[in-house]
Ligand binder design. Structure first.
Ligand SMILES: Nc1ncnc2c1ncn2[C@@H]1O[C@H](COP(=O)(O)OP(=O)(O)O)[C@@H](O)[C@H]1O
Ligand SMILES: [Mg+2]
Length: 263
């Protein structure tokens, strides 16, 4: 059964009348990973944010975003807050702006978690997840303000929080883009390890290697439209759209060049 069903999602900029995402449809089933790929500016982040109503007011979303039997489009911020972090967690692409500069990041983690547990438990869980994210001194990170941490560190804090929330769905928008290769590898494996019958994941990336490793289904976006959508294996072995083929070929050329350099 489909856990999340997005149908004909269209996002329009009311100020300019530009259509930024057009007629996009996809489904996420329980225990599955949906990969979204596409060049920069193709509408991946707007799509992720539209699911939880996180786009600014001048961007109008129409169509349908069904979570189980609940329509999320058009819900008030207040109602969406009941879903965010409880049913659906989000790792935003722009980690720097996701944190409030006035509070320590640990405080923000605890605040998001302590609705379900005591403050002491929330702190313990936050520290445990920071360790899993590769922080050797989680206490130091916990006490830091966002500006004291690098973009990559903040990205890892945000992933720690999203995973600690244990929601049914995690939407991760380019979650490893600011990370060095080692952390990237560790965190991709962590995402792979939480794939089970209780969790579903939307994973946005421009890295086809990561998407082919993680995703069951892949949606390819270009200029706000979904141009190809099919099971991952099928997409990589039999790309139908010229643009998908281009993405796969470019990736191969880059990998070949890397292997030549290393040989
Ligand atoms: N807050 C916004 N207001 C108006 N236009 C936006 C906003 N955010 C993004 N856009 C535009 O929408 C398009 C898609 O952006 P985005 O979803 O961020 O792309 P991607 O994540 O695929 O790189 C881009 O053309 C971008 O300029
Ligand atoms: Mg983006």
């Amino acid at each position: 059964m489909s856990l999340l069903s997005v149908k004909n999602l269209t996002i329009r900029d009311k100020r300019t009348n530009n259509i930024l995402v057009q007629d996009l449809s996809f489904e996420l089933s329980l225990g599955k990973v949906l990969g979204i790929i596409g060049e920069s500016g193709s509408g991946k982040s707007l799509t992720c944010k539209a699911i939880l109503g996180l786009n600014p007011d001048w961007l109008e979303a129409s169509g349908s975003v069904l979570f189980e039997t609940e329509e999320l489009l058009g819900k008030s911020h207040k109602d969406l807050r009941k879903i965010r972090g409880k049913k659906i967690a989000m790792v935003l692409q722009d980690a720097m702006n996701a944190f409030n500069p006035l509070y320590r990041v640990g405080h923000q983690m605890v605040e998001s978690l302590c609705e379900f547990m005591s403050t002491a438990q929330a702190k313990k869980l936050s520290l445990q997840w920071l360790v899993k994210m590769g922080f050797e001194k989680p206490e130091v990170v916990f006490k830091s303000y966002a500006h004291e941490l690098s973009g990559g560190m903040l990205q890892r804090v945000m992933i720690a929080l999203a995973l600690a929330q244990e929601t049914q769905i995690i939407i991760a928008d380019e979650p490893t883009s600011a990370l060095d290769v080692i952390h990237q590898h560790e965190i991709i494996n962590l995402f792979a390890s939480i794939r089970d019958e209780k969790h579903s994941l939307i994973f946005v990336s421009h890295d086809l290697g990561i998407v082919s490793y993680l995703a069951d289904d892949v949606l390819v976006m270009k200029e706000g439209k979904g141009i190809e959508y099919k099971p991952s294996q099928n997409l990589f072995s039999n790309p139908e759209h010229e643009y998908t083929n281009y993405l796969i070929q470019t990736r191969r050329t880059i990998s070949q060049r890397f292997s030549q350099c290393l040989a």
